[in-house]
Design a protein around this ligand. Sequence first.
Ligand code: GDP
Ligand code: MN
Length: 380
Amino acid sequence: MKLHEYQAKDIFKEYGIPVTEGIAVDSPREAVRAGEELGLPVVLKAQVMVGGRGKAGGIRVVRRMADIEAEAERILSMTIKGLPVQKLLVTPAVDIASEVYLSLLIDRNTSSVAFIGCAEGGVDIEQTAKTSPEKILRLGVGASRLDGLTEKECLPFALKLFADGSHARAAARIMVAMAKMFKGRDCSLIEINPLVIDVAGNVIALDAKVLMDDNALFRHPDNGNLQELNDLAAGEAPSGNGSVSFVRLDGNIGCMVNGAGLAMATMDIVKHFGGSPANFLDAGGSSDPRKVISGLKLILEDKNVKVVLINIFGGITRCDDIVRGILEARKQFDVPVPIILRLAGTNEAEGRALLNGTKVIPASSLEDGAREAVQLGRAA
Ligand code: GDP
Ligand code: MN
């Protein structure tokens, strides 16, 4: 999951990475109010999840109160690299003395986490990497050390970015905080471009790009509604559960399958027997009963659904966990339609045993299950 700059900076604050105060707004009038609150000059920054907003005209320093409304209006009507600007970050303008590049990322070449730095910041780092690779600095950090990194260890690297000792010490403190955040929030990238020194000598993260590992989102209630907001901003239907891919269709047979390929095959076979799927749902390859519960909930929100066909091929997924999810779902909410379940693979026998005495209809094969689902769908 990608974060907007304003969201990333909120998390920076939590970890003690210095940023300017900012107010995210979605109308020119609110931008004016934010400007009054923060004091001039301010920067208006388009909140879209792409780089190069500055070059595209999506970032403007505004020095007169009278100009805020028109500038905000202009940026809010922009589309940058295909993404419509829906929010602005209003933040006090920094008087920049110098800019560097600093990031922490997963370095696949060395199978470790690494800081990447460049004394020439603000610019396109990919370009610098091509034309002058010797300017790109790298400091590997074992993933297990992210929590225990010290300023002392970071200082030599920071001194290559900033000649001045006090600036370098401030940067080393920021590196320690970045490492804590990387671990604490399951990030795959934290990028500060530029990290600046202002004319008073303060080191400030002027921009923020953060990626979080989607596979770890379940353990971050601290993300609040970030995901929902960002799914909508990216034009994707929020699934209500990051780990379930869901697409609504117009048939009446609800389908839940573990694995995208198997989900497509299941829909094909439903069609083959003359039925029509109500959705595509890939519950993924793990064995989490909660996915079954949220998946069933999504399927049953569609009142056209007359029957649910669940097709599980147990590999990593254990069949008994799936059955537990189904039974738990039936306890938690009303399931007004029949459920047909095809189980094969890991813990199949255990799963089948749990079905005894329940209303779930076991299918002996995918063909049988699909045929029966089509019949029940027709009869209903
Ligand atoms: P990006 O273009 O999407 O990477 O957006 P950034 O937030 O990195 O801003 C791009 C450039 O705008 C920076 O490198 C700065 O040169 C300039 N900029 C951004 N904020 C300020 C500010 O507060 N003061 C000044 N003087 N320039 C700024
Ligand atoms: Mn930037």
